[in-house]
Write a protein that binds this ligand. Structure first.
Ligand code: CDP
Length: 784
């Protein structure tokens, strides 16, 4: 594959090290004299701590320290703030509030001794009743989970609403047809292959703390460490090395990170802590857990008029959800989806339960996955009620291209779209009419074939400073670009790749702006000492925000190059034209052909060439990009399934995905992102579930029980594209990293329920395991 000068397919630059086993992950960091930490975790979901005896563990010959909540309380570090401005216990002092909660931290000479010594710690618990079902959390007799909050009398975290209730209720009161459906988007886990961990190294002499940690947001972590621990921010360096997948799981600060830091301060040695798979699944941020009731009002001929939603959101024991401050339910209020409605209203109530904290945006932009699932299921429920074809119903109600920019009833301003074109392309690729004929024939023979459609709109690129912050930190991203004398460039960005190929695509952005090869651009990220401030990578914000910053800083450099070229050519800067041809970018005097390439300009910018007054030498620039709006990628997905009538097993036979993410920087990487997201969606729809028994015992703490999709469960994806550029993004790009995870679950579920139409089943909750499908076929689709 040849290297393009700018946008286009090219192999990922970072793969040179990944496929040779040369990636550098946190667990590869080994420092002289390093010690190892391990965490003792609660076996109970809810219990009072009566006593903790660490004496036997401390007597272990290889143990260097045992840290408890009491130790941390002495340092004022027993509790830390969460990303939702709640507090979370670093190590439990009073009670444990979920199974797997952190109780004590052992630091030892090696990993094995640290683990062994955990068994020597004697904790006496007084078990309490646990609240596991969110629907019972507000019962008057429910035990109070957060009695650390003074005066708290219930388990409610927040009530929040969006939209116009009065208008929505009025439309419903007069509607010709209404449908209502309860559904659960169950608790799932991002389950990155690399678990979380940290290496902390506090240097007592310099007072410098270095933390290696696979965080998606290194700068935000540094600032929070400074604010919480009272350490000077310039003395903290957070290094986020290669990351083996994040998907939202690596946004927040976990107790283990704080323990590793305290362990290093206490022992004076570097401390490494790496969690194992069960710890990752049991105690780090989950996603979803939204109990939703959707209602749609429509005319009898299928024009949707309003949508109304009530949500009970299970946030676990500490409200650790990650979303911009103003939005306790994230971006859920984008639930009107891709449709032209008159009115909408949602109410969300967040509650505490005795489960792990979190509620992260698992491969989506802050709860948009839940919103898209809700609206796309509701469209199918309405189609069933009306006896309408779900594709036709969507076509009839999708926003039309002339309505953009479009302000939704809950206040979102969608930037651009041509939804009908995208859905039509997906239907053409699928051969929709032929599929329906095939289905009809099969139904006559008793075979169960289903066709599911989902149309989604995402809202990614958080976000405009005036609307969005996380814990008071605005969501603008910095970029720095330096072009060396020989024309080779280094771009420094604040976002953090976890496998998305930023070292390639961000180099392509600079390359296309400066007319140099992407091979001549190095991208530096993941080190707070080396990169400008920014809020990191999640919610597909890298391309919309940091990618825009990369384009803008390149344009600044190009302008400086124009001034230098003018001095070289003894011409006026206004008379110069920028052009990129096969040999690269150059500033040329209009109409003369005389010009200077960017490489010649770079050398001259560092030379003794006399520059006009006010023009600095060298070729570099910085910028901070404050996005004017989010970008709104969208797509049309069609899934074809066959369901075994004897076992309820679902086979995804075909999956057609047409994505529109505006201008594609590297179509190969975009397709890879879509493949991954589709697989994720199949997993959530058919097999992934974080289940608990009624005492709060976690039933999915290994990959034997928490099932991830493999190639065996995935068809050969059929991808298509439309390109509707974002009008406000400097290169017209919209994010894409999470589109497929958002759009695919409802397509699969709609397909399975379409297959089950002969049984009259209107809805069944994910995951649609063979047992779940079987129950639905017996007319008993119980809630998960
Ligand atoms: O924030 P995150 O990197 O997860 O998501 P993203 O910004 O959507 O980007 C995912 C990958 O796809 C990055 O390497 C992007 O640069 C690339 N991409 C692209 O090539 N063209 C687009 N229009 C959007 C993303």
């Amino acid at each position: 594959m040849s290297t393009p000068m700018g946008f286009g397919r090219m192999h990922r630059k970072e793969d040179a090290r990944f496929i040779r086993g040369r990636g550098g992950y946190v667990d590869d960091v080994n420092l002289p004299g390093m010690l190892y930490g391990a965490i003792l975790r609660s076996p109970h979901a809810h219990a009072r701590i009566v006593s903790i005896d660490t004496s036997a563990a401390l007597a272990h010959p290889k143990v260097k320290a045992v840290i408890t909540g009491e130790t941390l309380a002495g340092l004022n570090l027993a509790w830390m703030p969460t990303l939702s401005a709640d507090t979370q216990a670093v190590l439990a002092t009073d009670k444990v509030r979920f199974q797997g909660q952190e109780v004590a931290f052992v630091v030892a000479e090696d990993r094995y001794s640290a683990r062994d010594a955990l068994e020597l710690i004697d904790v006496e618990y007084d078990a309490l009743d646990a609240v596991i079902d969110a629907r019972k959390s507000l019962d008057p007799d429910a035990p109070i989970i957060r009695d650390d909050h003074e005066g708290r009398a219930d388990n409610k975290i927040f009530d929040w609403e969006a939209g116009d209730k009065a208008t929505t209720d009025a439309v419903f009161a007069q509607a010709e047809v209404t449908v209502t459906q309860d559904m659960l988007y169950p608790r799932v886990h991002p389950a990155p292959l690399e678990t979380c961990g940290a290496v902390a190294d506090f240097d007592k002499v310099t007072g410098k703390l270095t933390v290696w940690c696979p965080t998606q947001a290194p700068h935000a972590h540094r600032t929070l460490y400074a604010l919480v621990a009272g350490l000077p921010e310039h003395k903290i360096r957070v290094i986020s090395p290669d990351i083996g997948g994040g998907f939202g799981n690596k946004v927040g600060i976990y107790p283990g990170y704080v323990c590793a830091i305290v362990g290093s301060i206490v022992t004076g040695k570097p401390v490494k802590w790496m969690e194992d798979r069960s710890e990752n699944l049991m105690s780090t941020s989950f996603a979803r857990d939204y109990h939703m009731r959707g209602e749609v009002a429509a005319t009898r001929d299928g024009k949707i008029q309003a949508i109304r939603v009530k949500v009970l959101a299970d946030h676990g024991a500490f409200n650790g959800t990650a979303q911009p401050t103003k939005f306790p339910a994230g971006f859920f209020h984008v639930f009107t989806g891709s449709y032209d409605l008159r009115a909408a209203h949602c109410e969300v109530t967040g509650v505490y339960t005795n489960k792990a904290p979190g509620g992260v945006a698992y491969a989506c932009s802050f709860r948009i996955t839940e919103a898209v699932y809700l609206v796309e299921r509701m469209i199918d429920v309405l189609a069933m009620e009306l006896g309408a074809d779900p594709a036709e119903l969507r076509m009839k109600n999708l926003l039309r291209s002339e309505q953009f920019p479009y302000t939704s009833p809950t206040g979102w301003e969608y930037d651009s779209g041509d939804y009908q074109k995208t859905l039509q392309l997906a239907m053409d690729m699928a051969g929709y009419d032929a599929l329906r004929r095939e289905q009809a024939e099969k139904r006559d023979r008793g075979e169960l074939m289903g066709i599911g459609i989902a149309f989604f709109t995402e809202a990614v690129g958080a976000g405009p400073r005036k609307h969005m912050d996380i814990l008071g930190l605005g969501m603008a991203d910095g970029a720095e670009l330096r072009v060396h004398p020989t024309g080779k460039a280094v771009l420094r960005v604040s976002c953090q790749s976890q496998g998305q190929g930023h070292e390639t695509t961000f180099a392509q952005i600079v390359a296309s702006e400066l007319g140099i090869s992407p091979d001549d651009v190095d991208v530096v990220h993941g080190d707070t000492d080396q990169t400008p401030f920014g809020l990191g990578t999640y919610g597909s914000r890298s391309t919309p925000v940091s990618g825009a910053a990369a384009a803008m800083v390149s344009r600044k450099v190009r302008e400086r190059a124009r001034q230098v070229a003018a001095a070289m050519l003894e011409a006026s800067p206004e008379d110069l034209e920028w052009a990129v041809n096969e040999s690269g970018g150059a500033w040329t005097v209009a109409g003369t052909g005389a010009g200077k390439t960017i490489q010649e300009i770079a050398l001259a910018a560092h030379s003794s060439l006399e520059l006009p007054e006010g023009i600095e030498g060298h070729l570099d620039a910085t910028c901070v990009y404050n996005p004017p709006n989010l970008t709104y990628p969208f797509g049309a997905y069609i899934c074809v399934v066959d369901v075994d009538p004897g076992t309820g097993q679902v086979k995804v036979r075909r999956f057609i995905a047409v994505d529109d993410c505006g201008v594609r920087i590297n179509p190969m990487i975009v397709e890879g992102q879509v493949h991954g997201g589709l697989a994720d969606g199949v997993g959530m729809a058919l097999m992934q579930l974080m289940a608990f028994d009624e005492d709060g015992n976690h039933l999915g703490a290994s990959f034997m029980d928490y099932l991830l999709p493999t190639a065996m469960e995935c068809p050969s994806w059929e991808l298509g594209e439309t390109v509707t550029p974002s009008p406000h993004h400097p290169i017209g790009a919209k994010g894409v990293g999470e589109s497929a995870t958002v759009g695919s679950p409802p397509a699969v579920v709609n397909a399975v329920l379409d297959a089950l139409r002969p049984f009259g089943v209107r809805h069944a909750d994910m995951p649609l395991t063979p047992a779940g499908v079987w129950r639905a076929m017996q007319g008993n689709p119980i809630r998960t």
